[in-house]
Design a protein around this ligand. Sequence first.
Ligand code: DX5
Ligand code: ZN
Length: 224
Amino acid sequence: MVELAPSILSADFAHLAEQVQAAADGGGTVVHVDIMDGHFVPNMTIGPPVVQSLRKFTKLPLDCHLMIEDPDKFIGLFAEAGADWISVHQEACIHLDRTLRLIKSHQCLAGVVINPATPVETLSEVLDIVDYVLVMSVNPGFGAQAFIPNSVRKIKRLDEIRGQRRLPYRIEVDGGIAVDTIPEVVRAGAEILVAGNAVFGHGDPRSNAQRLLKVASEATLLRV
Ligand code: DX5
Ligand code: ZN
């Protein structure tokens, strides 16, 4: 099943609750929360207090995408704040296996993220312990960037590997996801679509989310 994960990075933070509600009314089923520290990526966003406020407001899973250095220091804080899913960048983790197990020890789903320049092969030893793999289809740090087409090949490769190795991880894609890029990522095997600008950047988040999901479900039919 393909799910839409609206990314609040492009939402109006002064009206965050209403914006999240509108995206959920349009069919969004996961709230994607981008955490940036100004070191791992050249931008800064939010921390545990905002996750805690969102937790009180919504029952949807909170998908915390940590774009931070030394994530081990903060995983417990995000879990306590109410994160359901926590993903860390392969590039930021010296002891990736340990970090993923730390996430799981907090009863959160554990995800690993790869930047556009990072090969899928770097994940071969952790694919059996992750709940999801997030393929970045832009360089992380900002919303509304152009989709990097090479990501489609990486999604296909991850889909092949899970078939061959009979692994249950899900594939998420993040960056430049919109009506024009959804068909190819869904056909390649992505099932969690993160979208910031395409949901919150213009117009009504509810109808934007509905339109994206319609395109996604049409692409799913083509996949079979
Ligand atoms: C970028 C973030 C994304 C971002 C995607 O570093 O990880 O989640 O919100 O934004 P769009 O959908 O606008 O490309
Ligand atoms: Zn993200």
